[in-house]
Design a protein around this ligand. Structure first.
Ligand code: GDD
Ligand code: MG
Length: 324
């Protein structure tokens, strides 16, 4: 599982938390990936350099469905370098998966593995269609589902298809021999090199949510709230508050005279005071929003106090309340 980036697009949230531990619908991002693993997977290897202690700590106190091995990555080596770095830990006799850890997707990985084995290529990649492929890796398929071209982060003019790399690969162990030493990008260096050996693309239905940016994290909440249905915990207290779907209000929140617009997730124990308006935003547990605030498209970090009258769009606010 690749989780080792610095999460720069989610700063300042990722100054406190490594990206895999950012909660999405109250569950750390990495657990969405872990919970989607099929029974064929018997071990998860996670190369980590950034905030390794926090990752180890979280894994030690969480019940995991399979063995997890955290491997030391002395410094970020890129998506290919990170895989090469744990080569010794990978079973040489079988297919292995590489998963981008910042994606929540409804792909059936069992089906994906079967597809990979049936195609008989050296590699397979999950694919998803988007309107704007520029921030992603782009693939072009032939009639047989074989990837004939791949380009990471093309310019608008260069983008030759709307099918993007959805961030899960099934690989034969020989791929490891194609990864050189040092910093290596799987997408820029390894994939173009192995295409001639047979790499296949696997599409799927449902959702694909890239949580590598704040719009992505907010968008993931909105999609999942739409899918699961709006929810308000019994122990949440609301008074004279207008709630617009989809919303999710976790236990022990206190919301008074507020307008909660569509697409708002409110983590447990949060407080929202008079005349505040919040829409399309994620409040992590214990957020405190003062009077007369307007927040749109924001992420509010855990226990963060937003002072009265704050008007804010497209921002991540972090500001832990001093205790006592
Ligand atoms: N261990 C380790 N070491 N992990 C890394 C490193 C590294 O040096 N660099 C990145 N990662 C992890 C990230 O934490 C993330 O989970 C995954 O590898 C992909 O890296 P990102 O930095 O998030 O890449 P991206 O989002 O710009 O693009 C990638 O994902 C897209 C789909 O979301 C590419 O794989 C694109 O082709 C793809 O379309
Ligand atoms: Mg990413």
């Amino acid at each position: 599982m690749l989780v080792g980036g610095l999460g720069t697009r989610l700063r300042p949230l990722t100054n406190r938390l490594p990206k895999p531990l950012i909660p999405v619908m109250g569950k750390p991002l990495m657990m969405h990936v872990v919970d989607a693993l099929p029974p064929e997977v018997d071990e998860i290897i996670i190369p980590v350099s950034y905030k390794r202690d926090m990752m180890e700590d979280y894994i030690a106190r969480t019940k995991m469905p399979v063995k997890i091995t955290i491997a030391d990555e002395p410094e970020p080596r890129g998506t290919g370098g990170a895989v090469k770095n744990v080569e010794e830990l990978i079973d040489r006799d079988d297919t292995f998966l590489v998963l981008n850890g910042d994606i929540v997707a409804s792909v059936d990985l069992s089906e994906f593995i079967s597809f990979h084995k049936a195609k008989g290529g050296i590699a397979s990649m999950t694919l998803w269609e988007v309107e704007d492929p520029e921030p992603f890796g782009v693939a072009q398929l032939n009639e047989d589902g074989r990837i004939v071209r791949f380009q990471e982060k093309p310019s608008r003019e260069e983008a030759f298809s709307k099918l993007i790399n959805a961030g899960a690969y099934a690989l034969q162990p020989e791929v490891l021999d194609e990864i050189g030493p040092g910093f290596v990008s799987m997408e820029r260096e390894v994939f173009p090199k192995i295409l001639p050996k047979g790499m296949y693309g696997f599409g799927f239905d449902g959702h694909w949510l890239d949580c590598g940016t704040s719009e992505g994290v907010i968008g993931a909440h909105v999609t999942l709230m739409e899918e699961y249905g709006s929810y308000i915990a019994e122990s949440a207290y609301t008074y004279n508050t207008n709630l617009m779907r989809p919303f999710c209000i976790e236990p022990d929140c206190r919301i008074v005279n507020a307008l909660i617009g569509p697409g708002t997730y409110i983590g447990g124990g949060s407080v929202i005071l008079d005349d505040s308006k919040i829409s399309n935003s994620v409040l992590l547990p214990g957020a405190r929003i003062g009077r007369d605030c307007e927040l749109d498209n924001c992420i509010i970090d855990e226990n963060t106090k937003v002072t009265h009258g704050t008007k804010c769009r497209n921002k991540i606010l972090t500001n832990p309340i001093e205790t006592g």
